[in-house]
Design a protein. Structure first.
Length: 318
């Protein structure tokens, strides 16, 4: 069953009416309603296009967090072959907020890493709502080290509100794990392509996002802090989240202008949650367009260019 956001309510009403008319036709009530369904469908599509053409930053936050957007494991399923999942940080834990392993992307052997939120309460609890603990970032480091050893490009799929903020994570070195993961990606002697597929939250996202290419889906977000957190700190009022979202410049469009990401991937009308397979296919095409040029570079050139890429961020603003 499709879930609608607040700004989609007019579309929801039209689509519910269309569903009712189709049920009437199915029940054989002898009414020719094909023309009416066609008119309502056209009106619904126009309203959807209009709504998504002028999304505010806060509305983009809502879209990025939509529970029905495709997640990391959906991308693995749709884009990869011969996927062999790997587990554990080799220190005693297997954080399932981080998933990944070896696979082939269009015939090319790769290492894939993603943050997985889960799709129902059971799976969300299993994956800790996509919020990794230190063991998850150490797991990612192990995967990157393994990729470097075998010359495998690394593809990451990021969708997390941030690293797990619990005291247990802090006691086990959360900050150090995030810092070391970021450093591990920066030093990787293989191509790294990071894709923000939903919410890129704080250091928990940056820890998997220090890539040669950083891609973002059209309605995804990437920010140092959640709008609610920024509103609580700056305005002392979490209800100011929409104002904070505007100030944070967290949309893909803002970040491309600021040269903090490299490419925006278009989503189907109505967002990735409406047509998941179209969205995963678009991401696959974008990765395929970026990967060959990176594979052609030798390890020293890759690391050097990656270093300069991140050091250059913000220089023009100074």
């Amino acid at each position: 069953m499709r879930q609608y956001l607040d700004f989609e309510k007019p579309v929801a009403e039209l689509e519910n009416k269309i569903a009712e008319l189709r049920q009437m036709a199915k029940d054989g009530e002898g009414i020719n309603i094909a023309d009416e369904i066609g008119k309502l469908s056209d009106k619904s599509e126009k309203q959807l296009r209009a709504a998504y053409a002028k999304l505010t930053p806060w509305q983009k936050v809502m879209v990025a967090r939509h529970a029905q957007r495709p997640q990391a494991l959906d991308y693995f399923r749709d884009l990869l072959t011969d996927y062999t999942p790997l587990a554990g940080d080799r220190l005693g834990h297997n954080d399932q907020a981080i998933v990944g392993g070896m696979a082939r992307f269009r015939g090319q052997p790769v290492m894939v890493i993603g943050t997985e939120r889960g799709f129902d309460m059971e799976s969300r609890l299993l994956h800790n709502f996509g919020m990794p603990k230190p063991e998850g970032y150490r797991k990612a480091q192990r995967f990157v080290d393994l990729a470097g050893r075998f010359g495998l490009p690394v593809l990451t799929f990021i969708d997390t509100s941030g690293a797990w903020p619990g005291i247990d994570a802090e006691q086990r070195g959360q900050a150090q794990a995030i810092a070391k993961s970021t450093d591990c990606f920066l030093r990787a002697p293989v191509p790294v392509i990071a894709t923000i597929i939903g919410e890129g939250g704080s250091g928990g996202a940056v820890a998997l996002g220090a890539g040669d290419r950083v891609l973002m889906l059209e309605h995804s977000i990437y920010s140092v802090i959640a709008p609610e957190g920024a509103a609580s700190i700056l305005w002392r009022d979490p209800k100011q989240a929409a104002t904070a979202a505007e100030a944070l410049r967290l949309t893909a469009q803002d970040l491309l202008k600021l040269k903090l990401i490299d490419r925006i991937i278009s989503e189907p009308v109505g967002g990735a949650q409406r047509f998941p397979q179209e969205a995963t296919a678009a991401v696959g095409e974008a990765i395929a367009a970026e990967l060959p040029a990176l594979i052609a570079l030798d390890p020293a050139a890759l690391v050097s260019q990656r270093r300069e890429k991140f050091l250059a961020m913000g220089r023009e603003a100074l």
